[in-house]
Design a binder for this molecule. Structure first.
Ligand code: HSE
Length: 436
């Protein structure tokens, strides 16, 4: 059979890895796909760099639109990133009847509904395994491997940079700013590191996972986000003393009230496998009603791991290209006319347990006042630690773990505690999940 021609848009870190893996494993890939997969044209603004990688084995152009408009390729691989030019390129490629493979989580989380609708209309595939958790085949697992299940919830460490920062803070006892510098020096952080540390990147990925798990449209704007930038060494240490680790988790859960969609630092029991996912690695727990909890672990970024996912998509598209479009695996796991309009809950409606830390005057009655305020808000205390004051220190830290309570009630109780004359400054709240 004739080789299938691919146009590669962007030959940077992931594009270079894709070129490398496709060439190095060409024979194995052909045996699996049933025909050779060949990058026939590469578009990159830096033509000299592209030439030095492809060494005459593919045509190199500077203008990516030339590739999506031309007749040469059947599959376009978009590895440019962002959601301006990348969106125009993907939409034009679809418009010209080309299949698309992309690693662009930001693009899909924000414009996925439009992109998938256009692809459906044109009968082309848009494959995106590399968009979530790099080399970990989580899209395939949720969309196909777990297709028998009602998915109950997903909780994932899906941003390697923030996980690296939290691991460094715990291992080395260093502050957030120092750990961030370290992550940047190692080249882990996104071009704009706020995307990593403020949970934007994780929210993009979680939006995609939630759509796949529950058959809902992408709703990035409804995803609650809290980053890791305010976590202190003390919180990490206290959590550890109570038997927990703090992880930036993306959590999506189906409840009787609606769907939870939230990214925030979370206390997780230290004995859970996911609590031991360290450094830049990713780990995603998926709970299905039939299978129970399943865990997927691996490299969430990097040239070759991400290329592994891009090339897997190329093989999938190559295998399915001749299949009847109606019979292909649906882009978002559920048939496009079967998407649900189930509500995404506001964060105030979500129920979680909490870690609360507050600094108080070391005086009689302080603890009683705090406990009464929580009780008035129907919030039950699960555990409590009061740290001994340092020599001559008039203030102490109190750390409480609460039972599960509605966020709105916890917000009210925190506001009241902060008004107590014996409480100094703000209360730190970190949500807690048992993940059972
Ligand atoms: N910046 C991302 C991370 C890389 O740290 O996980 C891939 O999405």
């Amino acid at each position: 059979m004739k080789p299938i021609n691919v146009g590669l848009l962007g030959i940077g870190i992931v594009g270079g890895g894709t070129w490398d893996v496709l060439n190095r494993n060409a024979d194995e890939i052909q045996r699996r796909a049933g025909r050779a997969i060949r990058i026939s044209v590469v578009a990159d603004k830096d033509r000299a760099k592209a030439d030095s990688i492809v060494k005459g084995k593919a045509k190199v152009v500077a203008d990516a639109f030339e590739v999506v408009r031309g007749s040469e390729v059947e599959i376009v691989v978009e590895l440019i990133g962002g959601y301006t030019v990348a969106k125009d390129l993907v939409m034009e490629a679809i418009g010209h009847g080309k299949h698309v493979v992309t690693a662009n989580k930001a693009l899909l989380a924000t414009h996925g509904n439009e992109i998938f609708a256009a692809a459906q209309k044109k009968g082309v595939m848009v494959a995106f395994e590399a968009a979530v958790a790099g080399g970990v085949p989580i899209i395939k697992a949720v969309r196909e491997g777990l297709t028998a299940n009602r998915i109950e919830w997903i909780a994932g460490i899906i941003n390697g940079t923030s996980n690296f920062i939290l691991s460094e803070m715990r291992d080395k006892g260093i502050a957030f700013a120092e750990a961030l510098k370290d992550a940047q020096a190692r080249g882990y952080a996104e071009a704009d590191p706020t995307f990593d540390i403020e949970g934007v990147d994780a929210a993009h990925k979680l939006t995609i996972l939630s759509a796949l798990a529950f058959g809902i449209p992408m709703q990035f704007e409804k995803c609650f986000r809290e980053g890791i930038q305010k976590l202190t060494k003390a919180d990490i240490r206290y959590a550890e003393e109570l038997g927990y680790r703090i992880k930036l988790l993306g959590i999506t859960k189906k409840t009787n009230q609606g769907i939870e969609l939230r990214v925030h630092p979370t206390l997780v029991p230290a004995r859970r496998l996911i609590a031991n996912v360290e450094g830049v690695m990713n780990g995603i727990l998926v709970k299905g009603d039939a299978v129970g909890p399943t865990l997927y672990y691996g490299a969430g970024a990097g040239s070759q791991p991400t290329a592994s996912a891009v090339v897997a998509d190329l093989v999938d598209v190559t295998r399915l290209i001749t299949a009847d479009p109606e019979q292909r695996v649906p882009h978002l796991a559920f048939q496009p006319d079967q998407l649900s309009s189930e509500r995404v809950l506001g964060m105030e409606e979500v129920e979680t347990a909490c870690y609360l830390r507050m600094r108080v005057q070391d005086k009689p009655g302080v603890l009683a006042d705090i406990a009464r305020t929580l009780a008035d808000g129907r919030i039950s205390i699960e555990a409590m630690v009061q740290k001994e004051p340092g020599e001559g220190e008039p203030q102490v830290d109190i750390v409480l773990l609460t039972n599960r309570a509605i966020e709105r009630d916890v917000n009210r109780a925190i506001a009241r505690i902060e008004k107590l004359p014996t409480v100094v400054g703000a209360v730190t709240r970190i949500r807690l999940e048992q993940l059972l």
